[in-house]
Design a protein around this ligand. Structure first.
Ligand SMILES: [Zn+2]
Length: 436
């Protein structure tokens, strides 16, 4: 399917795939970008050692974690934290258990757990990750240092963006957030930090929440990084969403005119209660701000409910198709009290989306796939390849293992969104990234 589809768009898949090799010069000519075959196709090299056969398999743009917490992954699996079991399963407990775990974070286990997350993600087809690492008075720069080390360690295999993240208040608490704010200011100036992030809703009142956003926006502009906020994480109709203030603040600071980079807003469950006129207003007010939303359905479903037990998560496909907004979905957490269930596979969230968003039609599954691949990359400010795999786009793909059954082939986007299977090959910049 992929070959015919790509041929209709001027790309010869046999020829392009024949160039995907371990470290050989042929693909270097393409400098990691797709290009037209020139000279004529050379399928005869497909039998040579080191040449990857993608014949009759689905080739799609590679996957991306638009939002994942690198430092607190696998706390429920690591024997070091075996005593920190979930009992009530609510947000307060998740914060308390994570605080206890953070008190024990050391470089050794931060690197070990983070490395495991990146390795497993690459096996699933991931070539780009926005990794959140916390900075506060408790962990100081331990998580950030480990994140920066992993970014370097994986630079040939995965594009790891580091988000220095204030999970704790930067304007509330006994010292008014002074220490956390000072540490975040230092982190923002560190080389290798690509994104600044915070959690305005942990501040003690709406005034301080706005101060949090204002300060983060100022720091982001000053350091020319991206901005990523965990926002409006509630399902309470009586609470005024902070998103309107965020947009006002960004416009007040002349974000676009000053060349501000991308703004990404995660969770935003409160917006799932918006009426049509509020969605229209949102689209209008965003205007030309480079703003994207990232839905985190596995976490939201576990953590968020109304008083009567109803669940809510951002209606991502509707936001994309119906309201023309930029949006993606992501795993958020892997193996901790905020999200105990799930894996490092972005496609598992797309698959969950079929049920959560009632998005089972072919076009729906394509949008869901985009939300963990091309749209996920765009939402964190990266260049991406489309389903068309156009000439000039990055040669970053995932190749799905073909089922042996003649009719259950896993050769279409709907099939891999319904049930992705586990066998995949990950290509980044034209080279195979899976460990041999
Ligand atoms: Zn998060």
């Amino acid at each position: 399917m992929a070959r015919e589809y790509m041929a209709s768009h001027g790309v010869d898949l046999d020829s392009e795939m024949a160039r995907i090799q371990f470290g050989q010069d042929v693909f270097k000519q393409a400098a990691g970008m797709l290009r037209h075959r020139q000279p004529p196709p050379t399928p005869t090299i497909a039998h040579l050692p080191g040449v990857l056969h993608a014949f009759e398999r689905l080739v799609a743009p590679s996957l991306c974690h638009a939002h994942v917490h690198l430092d607190k992954c696998f706390l429920l699996q690591d024997p070091k934290y075996a005593d920190l079991e979930i009992e009530s399963g609510d947000f307060a407990e998740a914060m308390a258990l994570t605080a206890k775990a953070k008190a024990r974070f050391e470089e050794e286990d931060l690197l070990r757990r983070g490395r495991q997350l990146l390795e497993e993600s690459i096996e699933h087809g991931v070539t780009a990750v926005r990794a959140f690492v916390e900075v506060d008075g408790q962990v100081r720069f331990r998580c950030l240092d480990a994140g920066l080390k992993l970014k370097k360690e994986f630079e040939q295999r995965c594009d790891v963006q580091i988000c220095a993240f204030a999970q704790l208040p930067i304007f509330s608490g006994a010292d008014g957030g002074d220490e956390n704010r000072k540490l975040m200011a230092e982190a923002a100036a560190r080389e290798g930090v690509d994104v600044l992030g915070s959690t305005p809703y942990v501040e003690s009142d709406p005034y301080k929440m706005r101060m949090n956003v204002r300060w983060m926006a100022t720091m982001t502009l000053a350091h020319k990084t991206h901005l990523d906020l965990h926002l409006d994480y509630n399902l309470d109709k009586t609470k005024e969403p902070l998103i309107w203030d965020v947009i006002d603040i960004l416009k007040y600071w002349h974000w676009v005119e000053r060349g501000g980079k991308g703004i990404t807003l995660g969770h935003c469950t409160r917006l799932s209660m918006f009426k049509p006129d509020e969605w229209r207003r949102l689209k209008e007010e965003i205007g030309d701000l480079p703003l994207s939303f990232v839905g985190l359905p596995t976490s939201d479903l576990f953590m968020m409910r109304t008083e009567c037990g109803a669940r809510g998560t951002l209606p991502i496909p509707k936001m994309v198709e119906g309201h023309g907004l930029n949006a993606a979905i992501a795993v958020n957490n892997v193996g901790n009290a905020f999200t105990p269930q799930g894996s490092c596979d972005p496609l598992s969230v797309a698959s969950l989306g079929v049920g959560v968003y009632q998005a089972g039609a072919k076009r729906d599954t394509e949008v869901l796939f985009e939300c963990v691949s091309s749209r996920a990359k765009s939402s964190i400010g990266l260049e991406c390849s489309s389903f068309d795999l156009n000439v000039g786009e990055p040669a970053d793909f995932v190749i799905f293992e073909k089922n042996r059954t003649s009719w259950r082939t896993r050769m279409t986007i709907p099939e891999v969104v319904y049930d992705a299977g586990s066998g995949r090959q990950t290509i980044r910049g034209g080279l195979l990234m899976n460990r041999p």
